[in-house]
Write a protein that binds this ligand. Sequence first.
Ligand code: N01
Length: 541
Amino acid sequence: MKNHSIKEVDAVVLGAGFAGLYMLYQLRSKGFSTVVYEAGDGVGGVWYWNRYPGARCDVESIYYNYTFSKELYEEWNWTSRFPEQEEILNYLNYVADRFELRKDIQFNIRVNAAHFDEERSKWLIYLNNGSQVYAKYFITGIGCLSAANIPNMKGLNQFKGKWYHTGHWPHKKVDFTGKRVGIIGTGSSGIQAIPVLAKEAKHLTVFQRTPQYTIPARNHFYDEEFIRSTKENFETLKQAMRNSVAGSPHQQNDRSAMEDSESKQQQVFEDAWAEGGFAFAMSYNDLLTNEQSNEKAADFIRSKIREIVKDPKVAERLSPKYMYGTKRQVLDTDYFETYNRDNVLLVDVKESPIDEITETGVKTADDQYELDILIFATGYDGMTGPLFKIDIKGRGGIALKDKWENGASVRTYLGLTTAGFPNLFMITGPESPSVLVNMPIAIEQHVEWIANCIEYLREHDIDLMDTNVQAEEEWSKHCREVANTTLYVKGDSWYTGANIAGKHRSFLIYLGGFDYYTKRCIEIAQNNFEGFTLQKLKTMS
Ligand code: N01
């Protein structure tokens, strides 16, 4: 049914994080009327929600920013190698103000549904305040990790203390002084929070299901001279990142660990450990493709854990046995050292599973732990989770969730579009390089491609762009084939969906290299958007 009183815009964008802000900037500068809907009351996306103690980025700050504006790069000064959440949030607020983006962002609004209206050839977007809006283009900038995973644990509703998820942290500082704190989960979030919590709380109990290979971040403050030199090198840096395999100017060692002697391997790993950050992951070129090389890296980290952690039993519990890197590499500050403190207890919940949350704490198969505060650092329903939270329906009223068989059969073209959902674009969607690339760089590439594409459609009077089924079949197959040459697919992680009970296992990150991927996207656009059907409508209502 037509409803002409509903507001219409050229584009609706979801989310005001790195992706949504830049999408808005691009579309507005090309003259498209655009509105961004953001569930939070401020900009920042993941950096708005993740305010847990110790939250910081594990990509170096001088690379973890936009590169579209030289002026912006010159104006902003990062204070340290790995920026704290608050600093990144300040940066994104600065960007929003500098480019006057706020006037086209509506805060505290959640998009419940987006249905493609075939009669009008527009997307009808349903907001949680009861209103609706029509848009020619519907663009998601909701990230890959925004659907929090709060495990369905018996008894949580009877817990008398306070509980939090790291990804939905309160704005007001939580005071841990004198408190008995429990934390479930030892991924990137848990590992950043644990050392900080241990210092603040009276006692900290860590409920660990799987130990992690974590590397010292070796954070430090930047000096003025360093910042000045990065600004002078901006163009070189920008090109290096945009033309790289993973959105970073760092080059991976071009050797297999198997080419080096044991003593040389040790030296390479020691140097990478001392450098900190992702140097370890880049120390050889086959850590994620060759099981023998992988085992060498794993052995090295286990030896470090034994060196750092004084109690051998605790060290053993903290030592991962699965293949290095198949869960995302974690960076830490004094993580293993924290287990030498008297006020920290490690509980292995694989050995002794959590039975229930009681009124006063956590009960495992073997013990009861009394707690005032319980923290879920239990991660996210990644990749498809954020999209499936919205009721997205394409042609014929087919739901995205049904088309993709609830995750069992995800099909996209370039991770940007999917057949049957015309004029829908997913920034860093499933089957794009996304989270295995430095995210702001991956986002910029997607946003620029989408903005140029929409401009092309306008210039050629094309109303609808839909993906061909064959093109998406081929892309998804290629994506799976590349992933299957790596060890990633063998790991139990949020990358593979193994962290969510009942979720179909699939690896939805394109691993063919960001440089190759970018070239492919450009070629497709230059070949008049091969793989898409471009349609002109005779009459538009
Ligand atoms: O989540 P995770 P995260 N009972 O899924 C455990 C990005 N990030 O929020 O491994 C008990 O990695 C789970 O155990 P297991 C980054 O990409 C970046 O930490 O599934 N435990 C695991 O230990 C990262 O990879 C930054 O066996 C349960 C933990 O919870 C991604 O976000 C900072 C459980 C979840 O770890 C996600 O990281 C933070 C249960 N029922 C996040 N369910 C930086 O830039 C889950 N677990 C630094």
